[in-house]
Design a binder for this molecule. Structure first.
Ligand code: URA
Length: 293
Protein backbone atom coordinates (compact mmCIF):
# COMPACT_ATOMS: atom_id res chain seq x y z
CA UNK A 1 0.00 0.00 0.00
CA UNK A 2 1.12 3.54 -0.66
CA UNK A 3 1.02 6.97 0.88
CA UNK A 4 -0.81 9.95 -0.66
CA UNK A 5 2.54 11.16 -2.05
CA UNK A 6 2.63 8.44 -4.69
CA UNK A 7 1.63 9.49 -8.20
CA UNK A 8 -1.03 6.85 -8.84
CA UNK A 9 -2.67 7.48 -5.45
CA UNK A 10 -6.38 6.86 -5.08
CA UNK A 11 -8.36 5.98 -2.01
CA UNK A 12 -9.52 2.38 -1.85
CA UNK A 13 -13.21 3.26 -2.30
CA UNK A 14 -12.32 5.32 -5.35
CA UNK A 15 -10.21 2.52 -6.83
CA UNK A 16 -13.16 0.13 -6.56
CA UNK A 17 -15.42 2.67 -8.20
CA UNK A 18 -12.82 3.36 -10.90
CA UNK A 19 -12.72 -0.32 -11.73
CA UNK A 20 -16.40 0.03 -12.53
CA UNK A 21 -17.77 -2.40 -9.95
CA UNK A 22 -20.00 0.05 -8.11
CA UNK A 23 -20.43 3.51 -6.64
CA UNK A 24 -18.11 4.84 -3.99
CA UNK A 25 -20.89 4.51 -1.43
CA UNK A 26 -21.30 0.83 -2.28
CA UNK A 27 -17.53 0.38 -2.23
CA UNK A 28 -17.34 1.88 1.25
CA UNK A 29 -19.94 -0.54 2.54
CA UNK A 30 -18.14 -3.56 0.99
CA UNK A 31 -14.87 -2.37 2.52
CA UNK A 32 -16.53 -1.91 5.92
CA UNK A 33 -18.02 -5.41 5.65
CA UNK A 34 -14.53 -6.89 5.19
CA UNK A 35 -15.10 -8.07 1.61
CA UNK A 36 -12.06 -6.29 0.18
CA UNK A 37 -8.41 -7.27 0.37
CA UNK A 38 -5.33 -5.37 -0.74
CA UNK A 39 -2.25 -7.47 -1.47
CA UNK A 40 -3.89 -10.37 0.33
CA UNK A 41 -4.76 -8.42 3.52
CA UNK A 42 -8.29 -7.47 4.53
CA UNK A 43 -8.68 -3.68 4.60
CA UNK A 44 -11.69 -2.12 6.28
CA UNK A 45 -10.73 1.55 5.92
CA UNK A 46 -12.03 3.10 2.69
CA UNK A 47 -9.68 6.08 2.88
CA UNK A 48 -6.49 4.05 2.67
CA UNK A 49 -4.34 5.08 -0.31
CA UNK A 50 -3.85 2.54 -3.07
CA UNK A 51 -1.83 2.39 -6.25
CA UNK A 52 -4.19 0.60 -8.66
CA UNK A 53 -1.27 -0.17 -11.00
CA UNK A 54 0.74 -2.01 -8.38
CA UNK A 55 -1.52 -3.03 -5.50
CA UNK A 56 -3.62 -6.18 -5.92
CA UNK A 57 -7.21 -5.45 -4.94
CA UNK A 58 -9.75 -8.24 -4.54
CA UNK A 59 -13.47 -8.14 -3.85
CA UNK A 60 -14.89 -11.36 -2.40
CA UNK A 61 -11.62 -13.05 -3.36
CA UNK A 62 -11.91 -12.02 -7.02
CA UNK A 63 -9.16 -9.77 -8.40
CA UNK A 64 -10.32 -6.51 -9.93
CA UNK A 65 -9.29 -5.71 -13.43
CA UNK A 66 -9.84 -2.42 -15.20
CA UNK A 67 -13.12 -2.32 -17.14
CA UNK A 68 -13.45 -1.06 -20.64
CA UNK A 69 -13.86 2.71 -20.55
CA UNK A 70 -17.39 3.99 -21.06
CA UNK A 71 -18.31 7.48 -22.23
CA UNK A 72 -22.03 8.15 -22.31
CA UNK A 73 -24.03 11.22 -23.25
CA UNK A 74 -27.52 11.31 -21.70
CA UNK A 75 -30.33 13.80 -22.21
CA UNK A 76 -31.44 14.05 -18.60
CA UNK A 77 -35.16 14.65 -18.15
CA UNK A 78 -36.65 16.86 -15.44
CA UNK A 79 -37.23 15.21 -12.07
CA UNK A 80 -34.28 12.78 -12.27
CA UNK A 81 -31.44 12.91 -9.75
CA UNK A 82 -27.82 12.46 -10.73
CA UNK A 83 -27.05 10.51 -7.55
CA UNK A 84 -26.74 6.73 -7.67
CA UNK A 85 -29.48 5.92 -5.17
CA UNK A 86 -32.03 8.16 -3.54
CA UNK A 87 -33.17 7.29 -0.01
CA UNK A 88 -36.58 8.80 -0.90
CA UNK A 89 -36.91 6.53 -3.93
CA UNK A 90 -37.01 9.32 -6.52
CA UNK A 91 -35.92 8.41 -10.04
CA UNK A 92 -32.23 8.70 -10.84
CA UNK A 93 -30.38 8.88 -14.15
CA UNK A 94 -29.28 5.28 -13.55
CA UNK A 95 -32.88 4.18 -14.10
CA UNK A 96 -32.46 5.35 -17.70
CA UNK A 97 -29.15 3.61 -18.43
CA UNK A 98 -30.80 0.25 -19.00
CA UNK A 99 -28.08 -1.25 -21.20
CA UNK A 100 -25.05 0.07 -19.30
CA UNK A 101 -23.54 -2.75 -17.25
CA UNK A 102 -20.50 -1.05 -15.69
CA UNK A 103 -20.74 1.63 -13.05
CA UNK A 104 -20.38 5.09 -14.56
CA UNK A 105 -20.41 8.34 -12.64
CA UNK A 106 -21.86 11.69 -13.71
CA UNK A 107 -19.32 14.27 -14.82
CA UNK A 108 -20.57 17.22 -12.80
CA UNK A 109 -24.12 17.31 -11.57
CA UNK A 110 -27.36 18.67 -12.90
CA UNK A 111 -30.06 19.76 -10.46
CA UNK A 112 -33.19 17.66 -10.22
CA UNK A 113 -35.20 20.16 -12.27
CA UNK A 114 -32.49 20.87 -14.83
CA UNK A 115 -32.69 18.96 -18.08
CA UNK A 116 -30.11 18.44 -20.79
CA UNK A 117 -26.73 16.97 -21.50
CA UNK A 118 -25.03 14.87 -18.87
CA UNK A 119 -21.85 12.91 -19.49
CA UNK A 120 -21.35 9.70 -17.52
CA UNK A 121 -18.10 7.75 -17.56
CA UNK A 122 -15.91 5.35 -15.60
CA UNK A 123 -12.77 7.22 -16.70
CA UNK A 124 -11.90 9.42 -13.72
CA UNK A 125 -9.10 11.30 -15.49
CA UNK A 126 -11.50 12.26 -18.28
CA UNK A 127 -14.18 13.27 -15.75
CA UNK A 128 -11.72 15.30 -13.69
CA UNK A 129 -10.57 17.12 -16.81
CA UNK A 130 -14.10 18.22 -17.73
CA UNK A 131 -15.07 19.33 -14.24
CA UNK A 132 -11.80 21.02 -13.34
CA UNK A 133 -12.19 24.83 -13.46
CA UNK A 134 -8.67 25.04 -14.91
CA UNK A 135 -9.76 23.15 -18.03
CA UNK A 136 -12.36 25.86 -18.76
CA UNK A 137 -14.57 23.44 -20.68
CA UNK A 138 -17.56 25.60 -21.70
CA UNK A 139 -21.06 24.49 -20.72
CA UNK A 140 -24.03 26.13 -22.42
CA UNK A 141 -27.51 26.50 -20.93
CA UNK A 142 -30.85 27.82 -22.14
CA UNK A 143 -32.57 29.78 -19.41
CA UNK A 144 -36.13 30.95 -18.91
CA UNK A 145 -36.07 33.74 -16.32
CA UNK A 146 -39.06 34.56 -14.13
CA UNK A 147 -39.06 38.22 -15.19
CA UNK A 148 -37.96 40.39 -18.08
CA UNK A 149 -34.25 41.07 -17.77
CA UNK A 150 -32.84 44.23 -19.28
CA UNK A 151 -29.55 44.54 -21.14
CA UNK A 152 -27.73 45.86 -18.07
CA UNK A 153 -28.73 42.74 -16.15
CA UNK A 154 -27.49 40.46 -18.93
CA UNK A 155 -24.27 42.48 -18.92
CA UNK A 156 -23.86 41.69 -15.23
CA UNK A 157 -23.96 37.99 -16.09
CA UNK A 158 -21.43 38.57 -18.86
CA UNK A 159 -18.96 40.48 -16.72
CA UNK A 160 -19.31 38.16 -13.74
CA UNK A 161 -21.03 38.86 -10.45
CA UNK A 162 -20.22 37.98 -6.89
CA UNK A 163 -21.90 34.94 -5.36
CA UNK A 164 -21.54 33.62 -1.81
CA UNK A 165 -18.64 31.42 -2.99
CA UNK A 166 -16.85 34.19 -4.89
CA UNK A 167 -16.97 36.06 -8.20
CA UNK A 168 -18.05 34.26 -11.34
CA UNK A 169 -15.93 34.24 -14.46
CA UNK A 170 -16.99 36.20 -17.53
CA UNK A 171 -19.78 34.40 -19.34
CA UNK A 172 -21.04 34.37 -22.87
CA UNK A 173 -24.67 35.55 -22.83
CA UNK A 174 -27.06 35.82 -25.75
CA UNK A 175 -30.63 36.99 -25.48
CA UNK A 176 -32.86 34.58 -27.37
CA UNK A 177 -36.22 36.34 -27.01
CA UNK A 178 -38.56 38.05 -24.58
CA UNK A 179 -42.18 37.05 -24.13
CA UNK A 180 -44.65 39.38 -22.40
CA UNK A 181 -43.36 38.35 -18.96
CA UNK A 182 -40.20 36.29 -19.34
CA UNK A 183 -36.72 36.58 -20.81
CA UNK A 184 -35.14 33.61 -22.54
CA UNK A 185 -31.39 33.63 -22.94
CA UNK A 186 -28.42 31.40 -23.49
CA UNK A 187 -25.42 31.43 -21.17
CA UNK A 188 -22.06 29.71 -21.53
CA UNK A 189 -19.91 29.36 -18.43
CA UNK A 190 -16.56 27.70 -17.87
CA UNK A 191 -17.14 26.75 -14.25
CA UNK A 192 -19.46 24.21 -12.72
CA UNK A 193 -20.23 25.42 -9.24
CA UNK A 194 -23.22 24.10 -7.39
CA UNK A 195 -26.46 25.59 -8.84
CA UNK A 196 -24.33 28.23 -10.49
CA UNK A 197 -26.69 29.43 -13.21
CA UNK A 198 -29.65 29.55 -10.83
CA UNK A 199 -27.63 31.51 -8.29
CA UNK A 200 -26.38 33.94 -10.93
CA UNK A 201 -29.94 34.63 -12.04
CA UNK A 202 -31.08 34.94 -8.42
CA UNK A 203 -28.36 37.57 -7.90
CA UNK A 204 -30.26 39.65 -10.48
CA UNK A 205 -33.45 39.39 -8.43
CA UNK A 206 -35.04 36.79 -10.73
CA UNK A 207 -35.60 33.04 -10.62
CA UNK A 208 -34.86 30.35 -13.17
CA UNK A 209 -38.12 28.81 -14.35
CA UNK A 210 -36.51 26.44 -16.80
CA UNK A 211 -32.90 25.36 -17.33
CA UNK A 212 -31.57 23.14 -20.11
CA UNK A 213 -27.92 22.30 -20.69
CA UNK A 214 -27.58 22.28 -24.46
CA UNK A 215 -23.84 21.82 -24.94
CA UNK A 216 -20.69 20.71 -23.17
CA UNK A 217 -17.58 21.82 -25.02
CA UNK A 218 -18.34 21.10 -28.64
CA UNK A 219 -20.90 18.39 -27.86
CA UNK A 220 -24.45 19.51 -28.52
CA UNK A 221 -27.84 18.06 -27.79
CA UNK A 222 -28.58 17.76 -31.51
CA UNK A 223 -31.31 15.22 -32.13
CA UNK A 224 -30.83 13.20 -28.95
CA UNK A 225 -34.26 12.53 -27.45
CA UNK A 226 -35.06 13.36 -23.87
CA UNK A 227 -34.31 10.40 -21.59
CA UNK A 228 -32.12 8.72 -24.24
CA UNK A 229 -28.37 8.25 -24.34
CA UNK A 230 -25.60 7.40 -26.74
CA UNK A 231 -21.87 6.75 -26.60
CA UNK A 232 -19.56 9.68 -27.23
CA UNK A 233 -17.58 9.23 -30.43
CA UNK A 234 -13.79 9.05 -30.22
CA UNK A 235 -13.63 12.42 -31.94
CA UNK A 236 -15.95 13.98 -29.35
CA UNK A 237 -13.87 12.53 -26.52
CA UNK A 238 -10.72 13.94 -28.00
CA UNK A 239 -12.33 17.35 -28.49
CA UNK A 240 -13.51 17.40 -24.88
CA UNK A 241 -10.17 16.24 -23.59
CA UNK A 242 -8.46 19.11 -25.40
CA UNK A 243 -6.20 16.68 -27.25
CA UNK A 244 -7.75 16.89 -30.66
CA UNK A 245 -5.83 18.73 -33.32
CA UNK A 246 -8.90 18.78 -35.51
CA UNK A 247 -12.11 19.48 -33.58
CA UNK A 248 -15.24 17.75 -34.80
CA UNK A 249 -17.08 21.06 -35.38
CA UNK A 250 -14.66 23.86 -35.97
CA UNK A 251 -15.37 26.86 -33.77
CA UNK A 252 -17.54 25.30 -31.09
CA UNK A 253 -15.08 23.25 -28.98
CA UNK A 254 -12.84 26.25 -28.56
CA UNK A 255 -15.50 28.78 -27.56
CA UNK A 256 -14.23 30.74 -24.60
CA UNK A 257 -16.30 33.44 -22.92
CA UNK A 258 -13.14 35.29 -21.97
CA UNK A 259 -12.31 35.91 -25.66
CA UNK A 260 -14.16 38.92 -27.09
CA UNK A 261 -14.49 37.29 -30.52
CA UNK A 262 -16.31 34.36 -28.93
CA UNK A 263 -19.01 36.61 -27.56
CA UNK A 264 -20.43 36.55 -31.08
CA UNK A 265 -20.46 32.75 -31.25
CA UNK A 266 -23.50 31.22 -32.85
CA UNK A 267 -25.99 29.42 -30.65
CA UNK A 268 -25.59 25.65 -30.56
CA UNK A 269 -27.96 23.68 -32.76
CA UNK A 270 -31.06 22.63 -30.90
CA UNK A 271 -33.39 19.77 -31.44
CA UNK A 272 -36.94 20.57 -32.56
CA UNK A 273 -38.54 20.81 -29.14
CA UNK A 274 -35.86 23.10 -27.79
CA UNK A 275 -36.01 25.28 -30.89
CA UNK A 276 -39.73 25.78 -30.30
CA UNK A 277 -39.20 26.47 -26.60
CA UNK A 278 -36.46 29.02 -27.08
CA UNK A 279 -37.34 30.29 -30.52
CA UNK A 280 -40.72 31.98 -30.19
CA UNK A 281 -41.15 35.34 -31.88
CA UNK A 282 -37.66 36.57 -32.07
CA UNK A 283 -37.56 40.31 -31.43
CA UNK A 284 -35.10 42.32 -33.42
CA UNK A 285 -33.03 45.12 -31.98
CA UNK A 286 -32.14 43.49 -28.69
CA UNK A 287 -28.62 43.44 -27.50
CA UNK A 288 -27.78 39.95 -28.74
CA UNK A 289 -24.09 40.45 -28.96
CA UNK A 290 -22.36 40.44 -25.64
CA UNK A 291 -20.03 43.04 -24.31
CA UNK A 292 -16.36 42.57 -23.87
CA UNK A 293 -15.76 40.92 -20.52
N1 URA B 1 -26.43 25.51 -12.96
C1 URA B 1 -27.50 25.31 -12.18
O1 URA B 1 -27.97 26.23 -11.51
N2 URA B 1 -28.05 24.09 -12.16
C2 URA B 1 -27.60 23.06 -12.91
O2 URA B 1 -28.15 21.96 -12.85
C3 URA B 1 -26.48 23.29 -13.73
C4 URA B 1 -25.92 24.53 -13.73
Amino acid sequence: MHTPKDNQKRTLDRVLSKFGVGSRTEARSWIGAGRVTVNGKKVQTPDVWIDPENDRVELDGRPLTARQKQYILLYKPKGYLTTYKDPEGRPTVYDLLTTVKDFVFPVGRLDQDTTGLLILTNDSAFGDHITSPESKVPKTYLVKASILLDDAQLDQLRHGLTLADGPTRPALVKRIRDSAKYSFFEITITEGRNRQVRRMVEALGAKVLKLVRTAIGGIEIGSLEIGKYRALTAEERLALGGMSKKPSRPGRPGVRPDRPQDQQAAAPRRNGKLARWAGGNRRRGHNESARKP
